[in-house]
Ligand binder design. Structure first.
Ligand code: OSB
Ligand code: MG
Length: 379
């Protein structure tokens, strides 16, 4: 009997592991919705076809950015998603995405599982994930997202440090009371730098005049000023601003993206695979925007190197024309989970890994050290 080769990437899922990890951040990260001292996340490992694939679930311990938390994602993964793939023959990533779509929500849980399959299928094909996705870049221009600081002096100091390291654009967090005067102070110190502000839904339409006062500072964009699932009021606001709006929280799918562009809710989109249910939907949003000439960039959720590697691969697609929130490993963590870590290149870029799949080696000893909960699933 000739050996039966499973062609076209089909694979049978032999085992899945979930781990909750807790990674101490080098410094706390504060936004308008809260302050994080350590990054809690779930790592998903899928074993199939003699290979392993890794994905990161970017939900946090607390809600705030979205309704998903580590606990809700763990529940959804172990109760619905893992049983749907375990022991089954999976022909392609689209199948995993379709299973996830039946949930009508919980995008971060779905995206973490889907990412592990992207890693697996790209490895099986012997290709770097970036190329497997259709990426064209080998270096990704990156920026840095700076959390709210105790005062302007601390913020200016941080900005100076990151610019010296070579970051290509600076994003600062704003909220009522820490906006116009703070941005004015930044512009006095750094008149020319590519600068943007992210409000994480801290404002309402009643603040439109205050937000319009930001027009004079030449910001690249204002990210997500209004309610986290709103498109209509952002359209009303955009009509009153010269500065482009960029949506983050409000874009959950390619349908939302299309609606936002048709309504004029934004002129730029921040794409995060976790927020939209996975890399497949992220790529659909990219394709839509690319076809319409709308710039996109890859957002971040303080990922470890595992989630970062997937984001870097995504950002290698041709429409990612703006620097992403994809900073080097040492901007977040003393020690990343991958070896080697992501390092900022002298030209302000991250190099796209060239090995198969995510193209980064997961350091299992480090993963073990930060794991606080683990469960393995077999058929
Ligand atoms: O709104 O983009 C955001 C981090 C956690 C949750 C939401 C956001 C962020 C960031 C940091 O801005 C991006 C990064 O460097 O990973
Ligand atoms: Mg944001």
């Amino acid at each position: 009997m000739p050996e039966i080769l499973l062609e076209g990437g089909s694979m049978i899922v032999e085992r899945v592991e979930l781990r909750v990890i807790q990674m101490p951040l080098k410094e706390p990260f504060e936004t308008s919705f809260g302050r994080e001292h350590q990054r809690e996340a779930i790592l998903v490992t899928v074993y199939a076809d003699g290979l392993e694939g890794w994905g990161e679930v970017v939900a946090s311990r607390d809600f705030g950015y979205s309704y998903e938390t580590t606990e809700t994602a763990w529940y959804v993964l172990r109760t619905f998603l893992i049983p749907a793939v375990l022991g089954r023959e999976i022909p392609d990533v689209e199948t995993v995405a379709r299973i996830g779509e039946r949930l009508r929500g919980h995008p971060m849980a779905r995206a973490g599982l889907e990412a592990a399959f992207w890693d697996l299928f790209a490895r099986q094909a012997g290709m770097p994930l970036a190329r497997y996705l259709g990426g064209v870049r080998d270096r990704i221009p990156v920026g840095v997202s700076i959390g709210l600081q105790p005062g302007d002096a601390e913020l200016l100091e941080k900005i100076r440090g990151y610019l010296e390291e070579g970051y290509r654009r600076i994003k600062v967090k704003i909220k009522p009371g820490r906006d116009v005067e703070m941005i004015a102070a930044i512009r006095r110190a750094f008149p020319e730098i590519p600068l943007m502000a992210d409000a994480n839904s801290a404002y309402t339409l009643e603040d439109a005049d205050r937000l319009a006062a930001l027009d004079e500072f030449g910001l690249m964009m204002i990210e997500q000023p209004l309610h986290w699932d709103d498109l209509y009021e952002h359209a009303l606001l955009q009509a009153r601003l010269r500065t482009p709006l960029c949506l983050d929280e409000s874009i959950h799918s390619v349908r939302h993206a299309r609606a936002a562009l048709e309504l004029g809710s934004c002129r730029i989109i921040n794409i995060k695979p976790g927020r939209v249910g996975g890399l497949l939907e992220a790529r659909r949003i990219h394709d839509l925007c690319h076809a319409r000439g709308v710039p996109v960039w890859c957002g971040g959720m303080l990922e470890t190197g595992i989630g970062r590697a997937a984001n870097v691969a995504l950002a290698s697609l041709p429409g990612f024309t703006l620097p992403g929130d994809l900073s080097a490993s040492d901007r977040y963590y003393h020690e990343d989970l991958i070896d080697p870590p992501f390092v900022l290149q002298p030209d302000g870029t991250l190099a796209v890994p060239t090995g198969p799949g995510l193209g980064v080696a997961v350091d299992r000893r480090r993963v073990d050290r930060v794991t606080v909960r683990m469960e393995a699933f077999r058929p």
